[in-house]
Design a protein around this ligand. Sequence first.
Ligand SMILES: [Zn+2]
Length: 247
Amino acid sequence: MPHAVSRLRSARMALDTKPKLDRGEERKPRCPGCRLSQGYCMCALRPRLQTRVGVCLIMAEFEALKPSNTGWLIADVVQDTAAFGWARTEVDPALLAMLSDPQWQPFVVFPGEFAEPERVVTQLPTRMNAAAPGSRRPLLVMLDGTWTEARKMFRKSPYLNALPVLSLQPEHLSRYRLRRHIRDNHFCTAEVAALCLELADEAHAAQTLDAYLDVFTHRYLQAKQTLPVDEGNDAHRVLRELSVSSC
Ligand SMILES: [Zn+2]
């Protein structure tokens, strides 16, 4: 069965209010499984991991339609990923049900300076303290869209107001940036999710998501320039090694 972001994309495609995304590229057929152009498909490389952490993506209006959206990659890798479209005036009852499900302990991943200080946390429960009786599984609530859209979703979603806000600290961000050789402080949704997985002691899932994102980025850019895929590059090698170690 297609994953949550894929289903949201199909539902969005069926509406007639589609914006013109990737103008000129629409003629090229894309794989429905990974959204890459023909010849660049990476469906065979998709890892599927069982993690204690779940992800709940709340997606801005056109986000699921963008072939470069990385929430899709999170849904590929993290088995318990749900995705909901955001609207200012209504909320999907299934989203509210998930947020109040007693198996989950939701955290809104967002910079702490935008929330009341008493809501802000900087750590996630790790596997060690997951053994405590009655402990719930961490659910990462991620607002997937441009920064302007994410801020709007954060401000105008009253059902998020009572939840703790997981604020990534500068030291987490800079350590991650250095390790991944990211030049600026802009992180895509999949990178933020990988960082959060690491905080929750899910190192293997974090590294797998990072490697999978790198493979996607390589193939996406090669496809744009009609260049061949380099299956022997670092990204592919790391992803293969991680897949072997999880067997
Ligand atoms: Zn594919």
